[in-house]
Design a protein around this ligand. Structure first.
Ligand code: NI
Length: 130
């Protein structure tokens, strides 16, 4: 999917309500751009072969590491380096953009759980559905 049209993220965020279930909105250079809603605490995990980018679109959350935490607010981003254990925690629902290699599991190298997913394509095309 490499259509040359805009993707309205605010519209895309209205298309789903579940938490910790990323939706893929674009693909480039073997990376998926995903959007997700976070609420509560996710599972501790790491990705041995992939760095992972998080950009807050709405609200805020805290990325916990084993030795410190980083609070991220709207418009702020963070890259979690490969191999580093992390756990996102959101006191209130927030919306986040992720950029990571296509196929990457959100629960990383841990045992798979019912929350494990590499994301699903959002129903498209978003901009033509208006
Ligand atoms: Ni991760």
């Amino acid at each position: 999917m490499c259509d040359m049209h805009s993707i309205d993220l605010n519209t895309a965020l209205t298309r789903f309500t579940d938490h910790w279930s990323p939706r893929i909105v674009a693909e480039l250079n073997g990376q998926h751009v995903k959007i997700a809603k976070f609420a509560g605490a996710f599972d501790w995990h790491s990705h041995g072969d992939a760095d992972e980018m998080f950009l807050v679109l709405q609200g805020s959350f805290t990325m916990e590491f084993r030795d410190h935490s980083v609070k991220l607010s709207e418009g702020q981003m963070l890259v979690v380096p490969r191999g580093v254990e992390h756990r996102p925690v959101a006191d209130a629902e927030c919306s986040v953009m992720l950029v990571e290699p296509a196929g990457l599991l959100n629960t990383g190298d841990s045992t798979e759980t019912e929350r494990s997913t590499s994301g699903q394509w959002l129903i498209e095309p978003l901009e033509r559905a208006e």
